[in-house]
Design a protein. Structure first.
Length: 303
């Protein structure tokens, strides 16, 4: 598969302070790639370097085979982006905003503009003023702006911030359609593990300016945290430790929790029942970003 974006040992130092400390990852054509990390991890800084808004201190970034150092213009021709909030004029219509922005790039035709509007499904409201738009619609207009020049690579910095669950779902569907039907490659940052799990194929996890893990999303999702509410906590702990050799068990009054896959949940339930630990109920939670970071860093918290 063709590599659309690659970062090799990318660094950024500001006023002597290292902020991005040697980042490597690559994104293949048609992928929806997640860039996951907590506040202040360095997501925006990295994305700004990729789209040419700031210059890396060191390392190499290539977009569709063009180095941003030696072939900046060619590299940038292949990227559309929304970094932080898209700049829109509230008192103008959605259409006029797009027109204005397209004027800066002469290769964008009227047809490109119409197609972008249709793809984000804003045709109905495109002639209304932006100050009558919902947040989700503004977000879609921002994406239309990024799509107008039909870039092979789309870069979105925390695009679902502030959207409600329905808006997030709509956004996910749009992104997935663009990847599946247009073969577009999308790099999207987020601080929400659950969102990345639902939206992306692969993910790079960033903490304190370093990539601490890259993985297929399925690999991150395997270990879900399961909690058994039991009467006999010491009894249940003994079974999990001795019979199932689980590590990283967490327990409190009336419950024990551990990360296990679905097949083993069945076996653990049976063992608990046999041993009469007084199991009341079992629940499975989505792992939180905090849990994931604890696991990846061996105990370091993200704060
Ligand atoms: N212009 C700057 N000068 C110095 N430090 C900066 C500058 N811009 C950002 N930083 C620092 O760089 C680090 C990374 O910031 P960045 O905005 O990339 O984080 P982020 O992952 O996008 O976080 P968030 O989820 O809050 O958007 C932070 O510690 C931030 O304080
Ligand atoms: Mg940011």
């Amino acid at each position: 598969m063709e590599t659309v974006l690659s970062l090799k040992n990318v660094t950024k130092t500001i006023k002597g302070k290292p902020i991005i400390k040697g980042i490597d990852f690559s994104v293949k054509k048609g992928q929806i790639y997640g860039f996951l990390g907590p506040n202040g991890a360095g997501k925006t800084m990295t994305l700004r370097m990729i789209v040419g808004l700031i210059k890396p201190t060191g390392g190499e970034i290539e977009i569709c085979g063009n180095s941003i150092r030696t072939s900046f213009v060619k590299a940038m021709r292949n990227v559309g982006c929304i970094i932080e909030n898209p700049e829109l004029y509230d008192y103008m219509s959605g259409y006029d905003n797009l027109r204005l922005l397209s004027g800066m790039e002469p290769q964008i035709t009227e047809q490109d503009l119409d197609e972008a509007i249709q793809r984000v499904r804003l045709s109905q409201r495109i002639n209304d003023k932006v100050n009558t738009y919902s947040l989700g619609m503004k977000q879609r207009l921002g994406i239309a702006q990024a799509l107008m020049k039909k870039p092979p690579l789309l870069i979105l910095d925390e695009p679902t911030n502030g959207l409600d669950p329905a808006g997030m779902k709509e956004f996910r569907q749009l992104i997935q359609t663009l990847a599946a039907e247009e073969g577009m490659t999308i790099l999207v940052s987020s601080h929400l593990l659950s969102e990345v799990q639902m939206m992306c194929d692969e993910v790079a996890v960033i903490l304190h300016g370093k990539i601490i893990k890259t993985a297929k999303v399925e690999e991150l999702a395997v270990d879900r945290k399961v909690t058994w509410h039991v009467k006999d906590v010491p009894g249940a702990l003994k079974i999990l430790e001795e019979q199932f050799q689980l590590t990283g068990i967490d327990h409190a009054d009336g419950r024990v929790s551990a990360c296990v896959d679905d097949d083993r949940i069945v076996a653990v339930n049976a063992a608990f029942t046999n041993a009469q630990v007084g199991m009341l109920f079992v629940c499975k939670e989505q792992k939180s970003l905090e849990d994931l970071f604890m696991e990846l860093t061996g105990g370091e918290t993200i704060g």
